[in-house]
Write a protein that binds this ligand. Structure first.
Ligand code: G1P
Length: 289
């Protein structure tokens, strides 16, 4: 049995330039899908997978995220005085157990690898999960739970993968696949954002990772890669051969909430799953086809 995964890192320092002007003074991770911020979906997914400690790598202008996962006394008092019990519960549900959340700042936006490296002193010799809130996944079993269950048997490194159209490989990390066994695909190589003609496959990396702590050593050189950023994918490529390394072809639909159209689609898909909204949404959609 592999060591249990207890900690998760949430890199939330990105600037969110694709959503300007909405993200001028608001973190992109606070954009709501229906009525819940993206970051809360990610935290709930981690909690459902058994994660006990939540490490946020934030940046300037991101304090709304810290406030979201804290008490809001005035709001709670007002809701309570008005007898709004259901709403009060929604507000309380955001609260982590005291001491379960830690924040550190990525002082400069030098890339995902750099963001993860910023959390190195908060993880000592145990595997970690990493969740990118931009990748929202609708599934029967939360994506990270699917992976943690598989990882408990296998150990090593595991990353979520999904097939994408070849024309889109330049937006993703892409694996060189080895043997396939059910949902598991052996990872023999990794490259960040290859051109379609250079991509080793169409199995793209999606923002869920379970990694051995050696990743921090592999990141410590802070070498720049694609886009002149410190890439997590490059550090992972250097870990191949250190132990088992699998891609996990998860069950579920992933929405790229880092793009405007993906975000819009996520809103529709999640609204259509809500019994209180489904019929009205279906009804008005007829006006647009
Ligand atoms: C990041 C990773 C990339 C991965 C993608 C998934 O890229 O660097 O390997 O495929 O997330 O969403 P980004 O979307 O931040 O450019």
């Amino acid at each position: 049995m592999a060591t249990r995964v207890r900690k998760a890192i949430f890199p939330v320092g990105g600037l969110g330039t694709r959503f300007l002007p909405a993200t001028k003074s608001m973190p992109k991770e606070m954009l709501p899908v229906v009525d819940k911020p993206l970051i809360q979906y990610a935290v709930e997914e981690a909690r459902a997978a058994g994660i006990e400690e939540f490490i946020f790598v934030t940046g300037r202008g991101k304090s709304a995220i810290e406030d979201h996962f804290d008490h809001s006394y005035e709001l709670a008092a007002t809701l309570s005085a008005r007898g709004k019990i259901a709403e009060l519960q929604l507000v309380r549900d955001t609260l982590p157990t005291p001491g379960q959340v830690a924040y550190t700042r990525q002082q400069e936006p030098l890339g995902l690898g750099h963001a993860v490296w910023c959390a190195r002193n908060m993880v000592v010799d145990e595997p970690i999960a990493i969740l990118l809130a931009d990748d929202l996944i609708l599934s029967d079993t939360p994506c990270l739970k699917q992976m943690i269950d598989a990882h408990a048997q296998l150990g090593g490194n595991m990353i979520a993968v999904m097939d994408v159209p070849r024309a889109q490989t330049a937006s993703y990390g892409v694996i060189t696949p080895g043997r396939r066994d059910g949902r598991l695909i052996e990872v023999k190589g990794l490259v960040e954002k290859p051109r379609p003609e250079d991509a080793p496959s169409i199995h793209a990396v999606i923002g869920r990772y379970i990694l051995q702590p050696q990743v921090f050593e592999h990141l410590s050189g802070l070498e720049r890669g694609a886009g002149n950023e410190v890439q997590l994918t490059d550090a992972l490529a250097r870990m191949i051969g250190d132990g088992p390394f699998y891609g996990y072809d998860f069950e579920g639909r992933r929405f790229d909430c880092g793009t405007r159209v993906g975000f819009l689609e996520a809103n529709l898909a999640f609204a259509l799953r809500r019994p209180d909204m489904r019929d009205r949404v279906k009804d008005f959609l007829k006006n647009y086809t």
